[in-house]
Design a protein around this ligand. Structure first.
Ligand SMILES: C[S@@+](CC[C@H](N)C(=O)[O-])C[C@H]1O[C@@H](n2cnc3c(N)ncnc32)[C@H](O)[C@@H]1O
Length: 214
């Protein structure tokens, strides 16, 4: 999946993945998973309302997103003015405890993001095809502090194609072999996942995990 695919989706407003409200899984699992953390990385963050929610919980929040349109929209929609700073291959939009780095997640370094002790992944891993998911799981720990903790929310279903892509519990264990993986919850997500259903899925599970870097 090329960057242009996502840039075009943002230009054309094809952002059905976006939710106006904080994600219920984040609100539910935050105390256990991210409560003890300070600096939370949100890879492939879009213009997620979850960024704002995490700031209100007292975190430093670091988003990484390909589309500058998305980063600008996050602040514009809240009538907030952010500082815009060129940071090498990235552009940082910064206001208070939130920075959104516009650029390719796979080019992000800990010098840019700081070492984060928390990660929140909703619709990031599952946005990526097979080969990029392996790269994502390998790159993520390079941006993390020792003992970092992550809340990972995936979709698991029985159809081909994507995004969102199917990520099974087995794949989560395989990809994140450097982490202790604890399943937190599994919900029936058929009503919230029109894509997989239209591709023929007979079940769709939304699975939440706690990942702890070993
Ligand atoms: C399915 S959306 C999810 C956005 C957000 N996590 C949410 O819950 O609303 C995936 C996002 O990843 C971004 N993206 C895709 N590939 C990326 C990459 N290599 N680096 C940074 N962002 C990327 C896309 O522009 C898109 O906004």
């Amino acid at each position: 999946m090329q960057p242009d695919y996502w840039l075009e989706r943002w230009q054309e407003g094809r952002i059905g993945f976006h939710r106006a409200d904080p994600n219920p899984r984040l609100v539910e699992h935050h105390p256990r998973v991210l409560g003890p953390t300070i600096r939370v990385l949100v890879p492939l963050c879009g213009k997620s309302a979850d960024l704002e929610w995490l700031v209100t919980q007292g975190h430093e929040v670091v988003g990484v997103e390909l589309s500058e349109l998305a980063a600008k929209a996050f602040f514009d929609e809240r009538n907030l003015v952010a500082d815009r700073v060129e940071r090498g291959a990235f552009v940082e939009y910064r206001r208070g405890a939130l920075s959104i780095f516009v650029g390719d997640f796979f080019a992000a370094t800990p010098e840019l993001t700081g070492h984060c002790d928390g990660v929140y992944d909703r619709a990031a891993l599952i946005a990526l095809p097979d080969e990029l998911r392996a790269r994502y799981a390998a790159h993520l720990p390079t941006l993390l502090a020792p003992k970092a903790r992550a809340l990972l929310v995936t979709l698991h279903y029985d159809a081909l194609g994507g995004p969102p892509f199917d990520v099974s519990p087995d794949e989560v264990s395989r990809l994140f072999s450097g982490f202790t993986v604890t399943p937190l919850a599994s919900e029936d997500a058929r009503s919230e996942a029109p894509g997989p259903i239209s591709r023929g899925a007979t079940f769709v599970q939304e699975n939440s995990y706690l990942l702890e870097l070993r």
